[in-house]
Design a protein around this ligand. Structure first.
Ligand SMILES: C[S@@+](CC[C@H](N)C(=O)[O-])C[C@H]1O[C@@H](n2cnc3c(N)ncnc32)[C@H](O)[C@@H]1O
Length: 251
């Protein structure tokens, strides 16, 4: 018996993986991050499964539930939003399980930055525009290393996905404007893939006012870069004059 860390996906209960859903269906104990995970992903659980909402629990409490369940030969589903490797705080749980010799496995999920791109019908890696995606956040109560300050990252002009920061939009914009031009396109996606999803589009010059007007201050991503709105080059992969491993150029 073991602990499964499961990425629940961004919100739409159909965006969990088949594997993740199967494990939830078999789990004896479920601990889910209730502040962000859509409880509908738990709909197919066993009727007798015990469900905990970790929003109101401490790390030692979460670990105690896991330890007791595994000692009783039970399967634990630890359900995180999006993919657990992104701001999921799973490392501290995994390390504690290692020291207790409790086996665990991770089932990845669809991160919200991927759901947001889908909602925007956008591609982060447009040829001639950007081939790099930066996932980051503004420092809040959790500090950010000096070399990763938003103003410094902005100098790369890469496609940027800013998590956990919509409540600090004024500061985000101020830092980005130190490197990006004011006309740089920005999209804020609130609750991507949920029924109440909201997309706010603008530029670095306009987005702060619009986000405040719409009252968005949490559960949103700030996406920045020319990938949102610009001329780009066609991909080499599908270029008729370009040969590669699987296709010869047409003459
Ligand atoms: C603690 S982080 C968890 C991220 C998650 N592990 C992931 O892969 O998406 C929470 C932040 O993720 C972003 N987020 C999570 N779900 C979202 C969604 N459905 N739409 C937009 N942003 C979301 C927001 O920036 C939120 O403040």
């Amino acid at each position: 018996m073991k602990v499964y860390f499961i990425g629940a996906g961004p919100g739409d209960p159909k965006l969990i993986t088949v594997k993740g859903q199967e494990i939830i269906a078999q789990a004896d104990v479920i601990i889910y991050a209730g502040s962000l995970v859509n409880p509908e992903v738990l709909n197919h659980r066993k009727p007798e499964a015990i469900v905990y909402n970790s929003a109101a629990m401490t790390l030692p409490e979460v670990l105690a539930v896991m330890e007791e369940a595994v000692a009783n030969n039970q399967t634990v589903a630890r359900v995180h939003t999006g993919d657990p490797s992104i701001y999921g705080a799973i490392k501290e749980q995994m390390d504690a399980l290692e020291t207790k010799n409790i086996p665990y496995e991770i089932i990845p999920g669809v991160s919200s930055f991927l759901a947001a791109a889908a909602s925007l019908k956008s591609e982060y890696t447009l040829p001639g525009i950007s081939q790099t995606v930066i996932l980051t956040r503004l420092e809040g109560r959790t500090p950010v290393p000096e070399k990763e300050k938003l103003a410094g990252l902005a100098t790369h002009q890469a496609s940027m996905c800013i998590f956990l920061s919509s409540g600090m939009i004024k500061e985000v914009v101020a830092q980005l404007l130190t490197a990006y031009p004011p006309a740089t396109p920005v999209a804020v996606v609130y609750k991507a893939s949920w029924p109440e999803e909201l997309i706010i589009r603008g530029t670095l010059a306009t987005i702060e006012e619009e986000v405040k007007k719409q009252g968005v201050n949490k559960t949103a991503l700030i996406l920045v870069g020319s990938f949102l709105d610009s001329e780009y080059e066609l991909s080499r992969l599908y270029d008729p004059s370009f040969s590669h491993e699987y296709r010869r150029a047409s003459s």
